[in-house]
Design a protein around this ligand. Sequence first.
Ligand code: TPP
Ligand code: MG
Length: 693
Amino acid sequence: MVASEQALVTGKQLDTLCINTIRTLAIDAVQQANSGHPGAPMGLAPVAYCLWQEFLRYDPADPTWLNRDRFVLSNGHASMLLYAMLHLAGVREVDENNQVLKELAMPMEEIKRFRQLGSRTPGHPESHITTGVETTTGPLGQGVGNSVGMAIAGRWLAANFNRPEFEVFDYDVYAMCSDGDLMEGIGGEAASLAGHLKLSNLCWMYDHNGITLDGPASWSFSEDVATRFIGYGWNVTRVTDANDLEMLARAFEVFKNTTDRPTLIIVDSHIGYGSPHKQDTNAAHGEPLGEDEVRLVKKFYGWPEDAKFLVPEGVREHFQDGIGKRGKEARARWSKMFAGYSEKYPELAERLHLMQRRELPAGWDKNLPTFPADAKGIATRESSGKVLNVLAQNIPWLIGGSADLATSNKTTLKFEGAGDFEAGSYAGRNLHFGVREHAMGASVNGLVVSGLRAFGATFFNFSDYMRASIRLAALMEIPSIFVFTHDSIGVGEDGPTHQPIEQLASLRAMPNLIVLRPGDANEVVEAWKIIMQLQSQPVALVLTRQNLPTLDRTKYAAASGTAKGGYILADATGGKPDVILIGTGSEVALCVEAYEKLKAEGVQARVVSMPSWKIFDNQDKAYKDSVLPPSVTARVSVEMAATFGWEHYVGLKGRKIGMHRFGASAPLKDLLKFFCFTTEEVVAEARKAIADK
Ligand SMILES: Cc1ncc(C[n+]2csc(CCOP(=O)(O)OP(=O)(O)O)c2C)c(N)n1
Ligand SMILES: [Mg+2]
């Protein structure tokens, strides 16, 4: 054997050693936790190894590097695969101030604490917990959805920040996914959007292992995925053996050389590779192997059977020589270039700095409108559109779009230079998500984790279609903006299919999501001010289709009270009400009308506008008691939605005017009468509340 052949063999042995280290770390962690999925990491270890070691442009010494390639594990149940990679690559920890620390993001102790309380190794990857996890995955399809937003962000950043001789952004986005990801509707929506936009910086690696949780994939999944993706406009290539590193490398080369479309790499793999039990496609696989089988598998890998959490000598060093060295050099080149860029374009560099810290530019709130009192008024979707257009001019990285309802949602950015984001023309600020609410939600999250402030809009009723993505934004602690218009039976003739009822209550139940339903145009301005200052909470901004009076703020309290979530809008003389009317959104004006009528009849009422329960709940007790004094038990809530939860504010004896059934198709004025959203009704309920107390 000549020397070069010898080196090749040793190299291959080292590759195998590294791959088996990934596998056995996953096996041991799952076994120790007695919970988790070892099979997918065992099958996919060579794919992750080849990608990270040969292609992924990532410096483990700086996981915050702006131009790093992104890796998404959409099949989040294979979380140990990602944790093993983070450990072996030696990725460093980043603190809450975005400072890179000396310590490892994924020390061995954390792998040993897989799935334990307070560990950095939760069952599914959570980006707010673990450095190096780019986005939270687990609900299948979300990760691939995020990856489209990340790829859009990559293209947008390049189009807006790159300058001749300064290629600040040219990163790629890799997403690993499974049968489940591609069965889920969101996966299809996201792939369709990515194909349409010709996002050639996007690569999905599909773990084609022929098995899902219940049994063979063929029980439920038989379409020709390759043909489907070709139909979406993707480049499709295939690796017929997940263990063939050369074939894998060729596939990644194909991706790198494809400049006009996203790439899908279909990888034929064996779940639980090396395990006699796991290769039986009828076997269940979302569980630990069991001690006996762990031994058998380790024997198959040529591994010491008793060793646990073993990282053989040379493995970490090999990663350092591969991804470590490549990443370090790439980042050093980039940093040098970026230093020159910062000198030549200090304003752009500063922008990137602000974006990374989720801060706002100076003057972000300048030129915001104030709306004069107007009885006829303006729909909150309309005033929101005006405010959004001002903010987007002040904040150059505020971008977004609608799921084919921009004209209705009033979210189009119309100022000069706003432009559209289209295939091949990636600088524009208006995204067109098409009728794909779920992929929109996931893409918005992908944009936000990439440093942009992004919004997605649709009818409030269709928030249900993207709820899983909203939930992940809340869990990830990212400030995604979801704009929902047509927020009640106020939709009118479109009828109950389009009239939200339970959406407010259900979104209010979601932890860390801010729900804001402003009551007039000036509350809309205040709502947007709150939204833009959020750094770790997503928002659902809930707006009307129909006009609402713009309240006279010289007569009633200032709209700035919105910042407290709920505030006294109109009060009884001496601040001693007999009854409190609480409304949100379109029902605030109704409460005010009832208040005036009660006042004329000599009844002391107070109106509380409560655009956000959560923000109100976060105020101190003294403030809350001043708005809703415990001694005043005669209370009425008014909201054109399910009343679920209002007892928290009106008390068990309080009265709740709301919707107790689905709506109906009719002109708005008929619906208001039919469902009792009239001044007379509110007055009558207020009187009953006083009588009941
Ligand atoms: C939206 C969603 N539904 C269901 C699950 C539960 N689940 C976890 S893995 C899995 C399917 C496993 O099959 P596949 O996607 O092919 O992954 P593999 O087992 O091959 O790794 C399911 C249904 C989930 N994580 N997300
Ligand atoms: Mg599968």
